[in-house]
Design a protein around this ligand. Sequence first.
Ligand SMILES: *Cc1c(COP(=O)(O)O)cnc(C)c1O
Length: 433
Amino acid sequence: MKYYSTNRQAPVADLHKAVVRGLAEDRGLYMPERIVSLPQDFLDAMPGMDFHAVACRVAEAFFGEDIPAEELRRIVCETLSFDCPVVPVGGGIYSLELFHGPTLAFKDVGARFMARMLRYFLQRDGAGLVDVLVATSGDTGSAVANGFLGVEGIRVHVLYPKGKVSPIQECQFTTLGQNVTALEIDGTFDDCQALVKNAFMDAELRGRLQLTSANSINVARFLPQSFYYFWAYAQLRARGVQGDIVMCVPSGNFGNLCSALFGARMGLPVRRFIAANNRNDVFYQYLQTGVYTPRPSVQTLANAMDVGDPSNFARILDLYGGDWQRIRAHISGAVVTDEMIRETVEDCARRTGYLLDPHGACGYRALREGLRPGETGVFCETAHPAKFKDAVESMTGTPVAIPERLARFMQGTKQSIPLSADYRDFKAFLLKL
Ligand SMILES: *Cc1c(COP(=O)(O)O)cnc(C)c1O
């Protein structure tokens, strides 16, 4: 399979190149040149299959030409070492729980898959060590660090701004050891990003090290997210749910929604999609007006969705040939303010006993308001409420229990290397590796 750039000014890439590069030379996002339709007999059989079997079939459609079946199976099964169950919340609404992975958020799926795919390419080509550089304001660092943890041939360096990530987030990438190093930068998140960017542009470094980024626009991170949309559908039908299914995705950079749209293009029988935004609503505005106007992001309670210029918008446009009418016929939008998030978390917990996190609350709220008679809705619960313990407790007035795997991180010993925000220090560090 070849991958083209959404900007169409770069040469097509094979899978290996698309994964190592992340972004095309023209700064566009890679798209697979074909999207394979899955046969009807597979769609019919899904409700009787297990998660791994469903995911392997979907993975084969994307990656089957480039990775031998046995190897791909191993990558998929190792990635999905946890379930993504569908849980009824009431009123024809189900929660697709994507927080059962190591860092309790959906990004675990893509990060784990990418790490294992990269390992496969390194071993196949005998390509030596790869260094992954990732700048984080909190959540990406933990998903990437844990996704790559213990994967042979890969070293991960997480750059984070000193004193500016929450203690829960910090312990998820500073206590790991093994092939993960945390670099505590005396600066801001923007400084961390600038250091990483400079390193990628530094010819001397690139001659010495194989550098790669693992950011969320990588095809190896976003395509595998379609696995759990197929699995959600299979579970609903297995539960006897009839009629039209609507999926609602709380969105920031729109990678997760994009994966769902790819699923639909492959034949996943979902009637329509809802993109739930917080107050960062440029996509919602686009759906209303046909005009896309990026804006600086504003801070909200659902902070992983605080994105003012979602990078995957380019992929959505490309997928629909830039046709606004087609896009809005398939996807509707919703805006959920902080006040509505608070109200929704409290109300849902009180009426149904189901505890939402602030991101899932956006999805649940959008479904409650947008579901039509006869439809069944499923929203992504993208993170465990315990990751936002203080906020959620203040909304419901009841303590949130910390799951065992999160508590374990918090007991670990923090190990990080302090560095200034001066590029020369960072470069000297990398040259000594
Ligand atoms: C990253 C993230 C989102 C947003 O997902 P996108 O793919 O960027 O749209 C939503 N919720 C949580 C908890 C996240 O970590």
